[in-house]
Each structure stands twice: as C-alpha cells, then as structure tokens.
Design a protein around this ligand. Structure first.
Ligand code: FNR
Length: 352
C-alpha cells in the first residue's frame, strides 16, 4: 500500500471509529462559585506558548497532507477555518513531502491560505535536524511538532519495529532548529517520567495526546487483515495524562489533546494544567460531514462556552483558569494517588 493510500485510510477509519470519550474528564468536577466577582466582558482567552501569541487556547492538531488532492483539499479547508477563527494549526506528518516533492503542495497550501497564521510543522521522532529544518521551511512554520507513536507503529503490520535513539534525536532537533519544538503523542498519553526524560534533553513544551479520543490502535486494526487487538484499550486517558505531565517536577508547558469535543472538557483540561488544547478527530468529522461553515460555528461556540465557564469560576485569564478549584474523583483519583500525586492540590487552591 502506498503512503498516500495509507493517509486516506487514516482519515476514513478515524471518521468511522470516532471519539469514544474515554478521556476520564467525567472524573473531574469544578467547584461552583456563587460570588465569582467578574463580568463576561472581563474575560480574555488570549494565550502565549513558547513565545507565540495566540488569540485562543484552541488549536487544530496535526492530521493530514501527503495524500494528493484529497489531503490538499482538507488542509486548504482547515487553514481557511483556522484563519477565520484565528486559531493556530498544525499540519500532518510532512515526511511524505520530504521524500516526494510532488506532495509539497498538499502542505504548502496551509501557509498560502493563512499567510499570517501560527503554523506548526510535523514529523516523527525518526527525523534528523536537517529534515526538521526542511519541514519548517516548507510551510514557514512558527513551531515544530515531533510526534511519538510507538503503539501506532506496533499495531501497523508495515510499521516500525525500531524505537531506540529517539530521545537523542529529539535533543539534537531541539538544539538545532530555531522555532519552539513541541513533543506530542498521538492518542496514547504521556506519563510524568516521559515528561521528565524530555525535559532532560531540553524540551520545554509537550502535547500529551492522551487516550480517549481518536484511537490509532483501533484504526490500524481496521486496516489490517489479521488484526490483533492487543492495544485497543492502551493508553493514559487525557485528563490523567495532563495531571501527570503538569505534576512532573520539571519546568514544562503542557498542551492537552486527545478526545476534546466540548468547552467543559477544554476548561477541565486547562484547570488540570494545560496551557492550550488541540482538537483533531472531532474537527475533522465536522468538516467532512457538515462543511467549513459548521466547523467555524462550532469553534465560535467552543470559545463562547469557555468564556461562560471562566466567568462562572471567576477566572479572568487562561492562567487564572489553571488554578480553578477541582475535585478529582473515581478512577482518576485512584490512578493519581497510586502515582504519588496528591489531588488535594486541585481541591484546596484558589484563583489568585
Ligand atoms: C492524526 N494525528 C496525527 N498526529 C501527528 O502528529 N501527525 C500526523 O500525521 C497525524 N495524522 C493524523 C491523521 C488523522 C486522520 C487524525 C484524526 C489524527 C493525531 C492527532 O494529531 C491527535 O494527536 C490524535 O488524533 C488525538 O486527538 P483527537 O483526534 O482525539 O482530538
């Protein structure tokens, strides 16, 4: 199967398998405030990540490119929506265009449509610093994502089987490129030890890419004739992964992603420690099934919902939302307690 056919398979099966919402956000509860002492007009959702100024904490996460006309058209539409709503946007892995120049246009269209946007390049951890620089240059990217997808590769019959040396390669990329580097998972989450290892080689931004939304183990099993479903329920749920990453004893900016479909989950993710939130599968489904206008309306509605929640909590900024009071219950409480994370840090703090 060609790389471009595989890209289309991923889109098709991501739409078919959908979002199961196994993200653990149902274990997270805000404590209601009857006297928030704030007005809706006081709320700002602007955010800064790695020195980049963002008008919203929402961004469109890496999905596509490199599969000819169909992926060109999706990237073009995503870029148009991102421009109209002021969101940052990541492209899918650019390896295909680094190997085959005829695929470049499927990524370049994003910069063409969104000349002054915050654009994020994307490659896997097999990349060298030179490839990383070429990917950044291809779309004049403002940041670079390096994805970690061991489980996806293991679930894929034609996938990689060699994973040694990734941390050293990441270290050299971080040293050599001149834009912020985000290390991301693709739906299996990151634990605090992974975050510590990444910090030890100079990484300062991670996207936890948690479990509970798009499930690449399931997607690869759909593509395979002899599917082995060992990894279908594998991964750290997004809410737990954000908490783990933000409690790692290292300086790190945390991005939350994996299964986001609502402003309430987004607010919970931020309160658990995320500075921004990436949406992939949910946005793709709206775009493909309902079109650009619907996706634009959904983003406007997510912004509106977030502002209402921030008002209810008395949080004027994303930074303040990060210290809103939360109760962590059930499975998530059990998990975090077992991992030595005291959940009282969330329930007994106050917004300053
Ligand atoms: C992805 N994702 C992804 N990630 C990445 O770093 N490089 C890539 O090329 C792709 N490709 C891709 C294709 C499709 C069709 C989807 C839906 C997703 C993963 C994506 O960025 C994200 O980490 C996961 O999908 C989890 O988030 P959601 O989809 O649950 O919001």
């Amino acid at each position: 199967m060609s790389r471009s056919e595989r890209k289309w398979d991923h889109i098709r099966y991501a739409l078919e398998t959908g979002q199961k919402r196994l993200t653990a956000f149902d274990d997270i509860h805000f404590i209601h405030q009857s006297l928030p002492n704030i007005n809706v007009s006081d709320i700002s959702i602007h955010q800064k990540i790695g020195g980049l100024s963002l008008s919203s904490p929402i961004f469109i996460n890496a999905m596509t490119g490199g599969g000819g006309e169909k992926t060109y058209s999706l990237n073009k539409q995503l870029a148009m929506v991102a421009k109209e709503t002021g969101l940052a946007i990541a492209v899918g892995s650019q390896m295909s265009a680094l190997k085959d120049k005829s695929e470049r246009y499927t990524y370049e269209v994003v910069r063409k449509e969104y000349p002054d946007g915050v654009l994020i390049a994307n490659l896997g951890s097999e990349a060298t610093p030179d490839l990383a620089k070429a990917a950044i240059e291809m779309i004049e990217a403002n940041a670079l994502q390096i994805h970690l997808n061991v489980i996806q590769e293991l679930a894929m019959p034609e996938g990689d089987r060699e994973f040694s040396g990734a941390l050293r390669r990441i270290e050299s990329i971080v040293k050599e490129v001149n834009v912020p580097v985000i290390i991301k998972e693709v739906g299996f989450g990151m634990g605090k030890e992974t975050v510590e290892s990444l910090a030890s080689v100079g990484v300062s931004i991670v996207d936890v890419g948690g479990f509970g939304g798009t499930n690449f183990a399931e997607i690869e099993n759909k593509r395979s004739v002899n599917s082995k479903e060992v990894f279908n329920l594998w991964g750290i749920p997004t809410a737990i992964s954000i908490a783990e990453a933000s409690r790692a004893p290292v300086p790190m900016t945390i991005i939350g992603s994996g299964g986001f479909t609502s402003s309430i989950d987004m607010a919970k993710g931020i309160a658990l420690g995320a500075s921004a939130v990436g949406f992939a599968g949910y946005f793709l489904k709206i775009l493909v099934e309902e079109g650009m206008e619907s996706l634009k309306e959904e983003i406007i509605s997510l912004h509106h919902g977030l502002k209402m929640i921030m008002t209810a909590l008395g949080a004027q900024s994303i930074l303040e939302l990060q210290s809103a009071q939360l109760i962590v219950s059930g499975y998530t409480h059990h998990w975090l307690t077992e991992r030595g994370i005291d959940t009282k840090i969330y329930s007994q703090r106050t917004i300053k």
